[in-house]
Design a protein around this ligand. Sequence first.
Ligand code: SF4
Length: 475
Amino acid sequence: MPAIKLEPSVKQGLFQRVTSVFEVINLLPDELSDEEVEGLTLLLPCDVVNTLNALFVPRARRASISFGKMLGRWLEEARRAKEEGRKVILVPFNFIPELVHAFGGAFPLTSEILTTLGVALLEGQGERYWDYAMGLGIPDHICSSSTIELGSMLAGEDFKADAIISSGPGGCDANAKIHEFVAHYLGIPQFILEKPVDDSPRGKEQYRRYVYRLVEELEEFIGEKLDEDRLRSVIENCNRATELYLELWEMRKNIPCPVPNLFSFFSYGCRFTMWGRPEAVDCLQAMVDVSRERLEAGAYPADKEIARCGWLYTGYYFDFIGLHNWMEERGYSYLCDMLNLCFPQPISTESKESMLDGLALAAANMPMTHQMGGDSMSLSWLDDAIYIVKDLNANCAIFSGHHACKQSWSVVSIIRSELMKQAGVPVLCLQGDSWSRTITPMSVIQRELDQFVKNVVTKKKKRVRPRKGRAREEG
Ligand code: SF4
């Protein structure tokens, strides 16, 4: 491929720029006053301020700081790992990072989380890296979730991973192909974990064998045998995180929902980065503590909870204040989206085999793998959509209509009509790009959401009952 002349704007890589923002976040105390937040935001560009204003809203601030510090540690460790000659392995969000954490000589970096941080925290969001990737001739229907960070890597000025694990095959061709392309382009090895499109016992056994084979390949590449004691300590952290994750899920069943809308993103942010590490446990604990206090106080940011929304696939990540906080302040709870469906389960630490078997099951349960990699994409996705609606008592469902996600677009009409028939909830189908404001701006999304709630959700038979003795909360 001919060399492309770099514009100055992509000469500074996304990883490097995001890491600089986190150097500031890492210096923050665990508690911040409103004045301190205001002072901090005066120093920063407006795209960054928009996100920080969302995260530092008083009702979520304590957990936001914990989440920020966890991600700061994650980025810092990746940088240090590289300097120390450990292998930094790029993984997609549907891979289990705890497996890489179990190796002393390796560290996982998740493409989609890097993209999300770039979009949320950098001036100009991730647009310059996306444009660069498009300039290389990559089609625009390749998913922006990974292409923004990978575009930065392709520009050659970003942090360079030592290898890629691709767990897209079987779940998403777009995801698999862009990771494969980057591995070839950068000349780094790619390890594939394919999900067989077969959920019978035979298919599950095949997948378990693939996970075992991947462990052997990683052992050879990293030059280290997977140590049973180290693996056990990682799994113990996974088990503690699982308890907290499920506690948070249970709390979402309350009406009104005491779990702030932002915690949907924070909780899978933990799952996709530091799962298996004490930092993820601390962050989930902060979310549980905040939500429990809100439950006990009956706190909710609006006069009443009008809409309990289950998002059917991804959310939008380019304007947290315009989506998550805006919704909550109007009484629209963002209960969860499909990326929250990773079904964590306790893993037996009895033997190395029991732990690896548990990890194989965890990998099969990861979002995207579980729905799109099922033996019938529409049925697996529908089962999970019905589970969200019924288990969390949602009174509506929303499909973000992510631009790249052709496979979810191909069956969403089935999901919409079956959800109405089987769970009795209406579905709003939006169109936009989850990681780019240039396709559909947030003002349009807000208008569509408002009209849907006012004209459809509230006109249906009421299912939401306000809890007695609830206090209205400011901020
Ligand atoms: S959002 Fe859709 S296109 Fe993007 S990685 Fe997920 S399944 Fe693939």
